[in-house]
Design a protein around this ligand. Structure first.
Ligand code: NAP
Length: 256
């Protein structure tokens, strides 16, 4: 049991972070590395992973990476095998990879729908399955899914995205009840708009951003470290009795 007030220490643990190349995933990889965890980064662009890898290694922890698009059981299995081969058993899975492509409901195509579900829901579920099987065999593990305020609220032009993140929210609860008794916890973090490449692409227009900003009592959009801090806490022994929860990191958006 960890003593409250003692700094988070993840030395001796390994974490797999999907979408580690940019934004929230990158900040999370670095936060976990600063706490001492070995990091396996999974993302689509190899050059991004090389940059993050250099920063992680400079912190004196182990690093491995695979550039792959995680969209289902085959790609998740490849990522899991590569991570275990590089670092050994994985203690923490951060299912962060996600895509956003918005369209009003009457314009959503099957291709757009499938693209969003394949990464945000299907890929994340099968990643949890691939790593979760090993965690169950060891009797311990932490899974942290990055969902969104769009999992909890309807947002204009976000039908496919909202559906994908709501799906991952309920997957989080199912894994919590199925795997919690076997030592593996599963929680979610639900950010509001974060100033990442994705957030800037979707919300960079100040006219579009103004009504969203007005709904955030703290009066600003988030930065990747706001989310990474919560993921770090959920990955730590300080969060050992939290399971099946979705924690908003949203400056109070959901308080209204
Ligand atoms: P980002 O800036 O677009 O970065 C996403 C990272 O994930 C990129 O490195 C991307 O690689 C990678 N990626 C995307 N799909 C992938 C896949 N199928 N397999 C492997 N890697 C994949 O996004 P972000 O803003 O950091 O978002 C991270 C997570 O937070 C997502 O799940 C997103 O839905 C969620 N979120 C974001 C916001 C926000 O405002 N930013 C708000 C709420 C929730 P490439 O760049 O090489 O394609």
């Amino acid at each position: 049991m960890t003593v409250p007030g003692v700094a988070i220490n993840l030395r001796g643990r390994n974490a797999l972070v999907t979408g580690a190349g940019k934004g929230i995933g990158r900040a999370t990889a670095l936060a976990l590395a600063r706490a001492g965890a070995g990091i396996f980064g999974v993302s689509r662009t190899a050059a991004d992973l090389e940059e993050v890898g250099a920063e992680v290694r400079a912190l004196g922890v182990q690093w491995g990476a695979l550039a792959i698009e995680v969209v289902g059981a085959v790609s998740a299995g490849r990522a899991a095998s590569a991570a275990i081969a590089a670092l050994g058993d994985i203690d923490i899975l951060v299912n962060n990879a996600g895509v956003a492509r918005n369209a009003r409901a009457e314009e959503v195509t099957e291709d757009l729908w499938d693209e969003i579900q394949n990464t945000n829901a299907r890929g994340a579920f099968f990643m949890a399955q691939a790593i979760g099987r090993r965690m169950l065999a060891r009797g311990r593990g932490r899974i942290i899914n990055v969902t969104s305020q769009a999992a909890l609220n309807g947002l204009e032009a976000h039908a496919a995205y909202c559906a994908s993140k709501a799906a991952l929210t309920l997957v989080t609860k199912v894994l919590a009840i199925e795997w919690g008794p076997r030592g593996v916890t599963c929680n979610a973090v639900a950010p509001t708009v974060m100033l990442t490449p994705m957030g800037t692409r979707v919300w960079g227009d100040p006219v579009k951003a103004a009504p969203m900003l007005a709904r955030i009592p703290l009066g600003r959009f988030g930065v990747p470290d706001d989310v990474a801090s919560m993921i770090l806490f959920l990955a730590s022994d300080h969060a050992s009795f939290i399971n099946g929860e979705t924690i908003s990191v949203d400056g109070g958006f959901n308080a209204q």
